[in-house]
Every structure is written in structure tokens, then in C-alpha cells.
Design a protein around this ligand. Structure first.
Ligand SMILES: [Zn+2]
Length: 169
């Protein structure tokens, strides 16, 4: 893993951005914590595993359809897998936001209702980002000094159906 400290990437509000082990960070030079490094290294392993799946599927598609064009799957399939993890957070229960937030009050206008609904939907998306299986594997284990040595390959898959310990409310 190589860390590039800079003032531009990622956007403000995000701690770090990891592309296959190349990590961009906005924190001051050499000040990334060991916890964050462990978190990012977990993401690096996840990305290698996803790329492995994508490469294998792409080669199979190349063979089936007799065309090298399907190697482009190596670029597309990782995003499909990431979005799958993201949408599983939206689809699978518990639906904490919905139960908390449908606080429509009698007599309030359509605009207020719309704003409330918009708030619920946007919060659900934020939670789905924060709690998708890749993030949960990383943040639930980033304080464990032995995690990277003991981690099982494709550990993130198990977090799709592990519905406790989510941060979203
Ligand atoms: Zn993360």
C-alpha cells in the first residue's frame, strides 16, 4: 500500500480514497493513523478479490462469446459488484430510517411532506454507502491489530447478511 498525501483528492469530507492499494489522503503528511491504514489495507484486499472475480468472469465470457471485447468486463464488473453491495443495504431489512422518519403531521403542506420524504431517501442512501458490506468489514475490524494477518479471503461477502452493528439509524 502506498499513501499519497495531498490537498485535492479525495473531495472534502472524505478521509481517503483507495485505488488498488494506491491511497490518496488529505490529512497532513505522514499523519495517517494505524487504524486508518488498516482500514484502507482491508479495502485493498477487497479490491484485489473483486478484480479477481471480474477477471475470471470476463475470461469465461470471452470464451463463451469468442471475443476479447469481454475483457472490458474487468473494468465494468467491479463497479457492478460494488453497486450490488450498496443496493443490498437499501433492500435488506431492518429499515431503520423508514420506521423513524415517516413523521407526517396532519395539516402540514405538501412541500413539508416532500422535504421530509427527501430527507428520508437521502439519509437511506448515505447509510447504504456507510454500511455497505465493504465498509462494514473495514470499520468493524480496523481496531483489531491482528485482523489483516487473520482475515479470510472474501470476508466481505459474509457482511451482506450480517445485519447487526450497522451505523445508520
Ligand atoms: Zn472505508
Amino acid at each position: 500500500m502506498r499513501i499519497i498525501y495531498n490537498k485535492v483528492i479525495p473531495f472534502k469530507g472524505f478521509g481517503a480514497m483507495n485505488i488498488l492499494g494506491l491511497v490518496f489522503s488529505r490529512v497532513p503528511e505522514n499523519s495517517m493513523s494505524i487504524t486508518t491504514k488498516r482500514h484502507e489495507q482491508t479495502h485493498t484486499y477487497q479490491q484485489y478479490e473483486i478484480l479477481g472475480i471480474a477477471a475470471l468472469l470476463s475470461l469465461i465470457l470471452c470464451n463463451i462469446f469468442a471475443s476479447w471485447w469481454y475483457l472490458l468486463g474487468c473494468l465494468v464488473i467491479p463497479f457492478v459488484i460494488y453497486l450490488f453491495g450498496f443496493f443490498m443495504e437499501l433492500i435488506l431489512p431492518p429499515y431503520h430510517n423508514l420506521s423513524l422518519s415517516f413523521g407526517f403531521v396532519k395539516g402540514e403542506g405538501i412541500v413539508v411532506k416532500f422535504m421530509k420524504l427527501w430527507g428520508i431517501i437521502s439519509q437511506a442512501w448515505i447509510d447504504a454507502y456507510r454500511d455497505n458490506c465493504f465498509e462494514r468489514e473495514a470499520y468493524l475490524n480496523d481496531h483489531n491489530p491482528d485482523y489483516l494477518a487473520t482475515r479470510k479471503a472474501f470476508a466481505w461477502v459474509g457482511y451482506i447478511l450480517k445485519r447487526d452493528e450497522r451505523r445508520g439509524k
